[in-house]
Design a protein around this ligand. Structure first.
Ligand SMILES: NC(=O)c1ccc[n+]([C@@H]2O[C@H](COP(=O)([O-])OP(=O)(O)OC[C@H]3O[C@@H](n4cnc5c(N)ncnc54)[C@H](O)[C@@H]3O)[C@@H](O)[C@H]2O)c1
Length: 433
């Protein structure tokens, strides 16, 4: 199939590369010329495991190319995917200006009937609006299909290649059949391709993110109660996770969820409720998360009192492990709070230091390794659950730190073991730390 992928960010690039990998001809389009130039040189502008190899191979074999020319890509395509950003507007809803702008551009470029697929996460009714916009600007036929994406940054290629399910929402049988064929190579293990209406497809993406965010805020609220009542959230988590109705996933306590999806999608879902539906559960989920992001900062302030002149080492900057994405990362709240209180910050992250440099410039220092970041610091804050932070050389760490104090925002270490080794150890929701 000839495909135009409009928007070459995390979703567009992964989707486009994976479609090329299964033999399709894909042109990935972006308005960001520097990004397109970088990709043409075979370089991926962000860190995602396995993606560079996929881009390199499919570009070399002629199935994948990059362009800023949307019109040309649309003209040669049978299916046009919209994978542009849908950031949050200040009132909390989704900003659909990029989606509507490309819808108009698609219509103006159309030279025949097209399947237009909304891949971006968009509120219910957007596919219908996209169709209206296109029909206002062209006489060619169009079928609009909603195809929400469920990949996770960090394992995006793997998630796309082996999805739990593929969702196709639309009412045009031929275009649904064409897209079903397109996805068939990805569901060979028997995972379903679910055909539904556009509105249910759009809602399913928000509902999926909302339940994940709810689980995280639930466990974080319970962690706070554990701290107050002298219980251990890690014990509680294990016990409840063994109940198959609950399951072990997404109930890890921490310093709140971040990233480019959960925070904005929860708020977009609240906004969808409008004046009719207050959406009290999701409002609470969002509020709990905002409080949780500030929790480690509170603990640091309680411990040190005055922070001016105090140096804090930070391990982890990205919103989660295996990505360099810092959008809405809890680390931002922590760093902003520390700098505001006059502390010095020295950070290390395996992938996200470039991103942090763009945001903070010279205002924070960076270590060449996690140990270098810790050298001479008054305390260590663990903010991201990178594997390489899980079993550090604790005697070495203790020697490097000026004060043997650890604030662990991800509960990576055992409180008793930390105490035995002479650390003052603070973590989330555990009686011993
Ligand atoms: N990142 C994720 O993990 C993830 C997962 C599932 C769904 N989503 C959703 O997918 C969508 C895209 O997310 P992302 O993380 O890939 O965003 P992103 O910001 O990484 O990429 C969006 C890209 O679209 C480009 N763009 C904007 N206007 C354009 C135009 N007129 N023509 C061509 N390109 C244009 C931007 O330059 C940018 O490169 C969002 O709706 C998001 O909610 C994201």
């Amino acid at each position: 199939m000839n495909i135009a992928m409009l928007g070459t960010g995390y979703v567009g690039l992964v989707t486009g590369s994976c479609f090329a990998e299964t033999g399709n001809d894909v042109v990935c389009v972006d308005i960001d010329e520097a990004k397109v130039e970088l990709l043409r040189e075979g370089r991926v502008p962000f860190y995602e495991l396995g993606l560079e190899e996929l881009v390199e191979r499919n570009t070399r074999e002629g199935r994948l190319s990059f362009s800023t020319d949307l019109g040309e890509a649309v003209k040669r395509a049978e299916a046009v995917f919209i994978a542009v950003g849908t950031p949050q507007v200040s009132a909390g809803g989704a900003d659909l200006s990029q989606v509507f702008a490309v819808a108009e551009d698609i219509a103006r470029a159309m030279n025949g009937a097209k399947i237009v697929v909304t891949k971006s996460t968009v509120p219910v009714g957007t596919a219908a609006r996209v169709r209206e916009i296109i029909e206002e600007h062209t006489r060619h036929g169009v079928a609009v299909v909603s195809n929400p994406e469920f990949l996770k940054e960090g394992t995006a290629v793997e998630d796309f290649m082996k999805p739990d399910r593929v969702v196709l929402g639309g009412d045009d049988a031929d275009s649904l059949e064409r897209l079903k064929d397109l996805y068939e190579p990805f569901v060979r293990t028997g995972k379903p391709i679910i055909l539904t209406d556009t509105r249910s497809a759009e809602m399913s993406k928000y509902a999926a993110n909302a339940i994940l965010a709810t689980k995280i805020s639930f466990i974080n609220e319970t962690a706070r109660l554990c701290e107050k009542e002298g219980a251990d959230i890690e014990q509680v988590r294990r016990i409840i996770g063994l109940d198959h109705r609950i399951g072990p996933h997404f109930i890890f306590p921490g310093i709140g969820y971040g990233g480019s999806c959960l925070p904005k999608d929860i708020r977009a879902m609240i906004a969808m409720g409008g004046e009719e539906l207050e959406m009290p559960l999701l409002r609470a989920v969002d509020r709990i998360n905002e409080t949780q992001k500030g929790l480690l900062l509170e603990k640091v302030k309680d411990h040190f009192g005055e922070l001016s002149g105090v140096t804090l080492a930070l391990w982890g900057l990205s919103f989660k492990a295996r990505t360099d994405d810092m959008r809405e990362a809890p680390a931002i709240r922590v760093i902003d709070g520390l700098l505001e209180a006059g502390a010095r910050v020295r950070a290390f992250d395996p992938e996200a230091m470039e991103e942090a440099r763009k945001r903070y410039g010279e205002r924070i220092e960076f270590g060449g390794s996690n140990y270098e970041a810790a050298e001479g610091a008054d305390a260590l804050l663990v903010l991201t659950e990178w594997n390489e932070f899980r079993s550090p050389d604790f005697p070495r760490l203790k020697e490097l730190l000026r004060g043997p104090v650890i604030f662990d925002g991800r509960n990576l270490y055992d409180p008793a073991a930390m105490r035995r080794q002479g650390f003052v150890y603070h973590s989330i929701g555990r009686s011993g730390g």
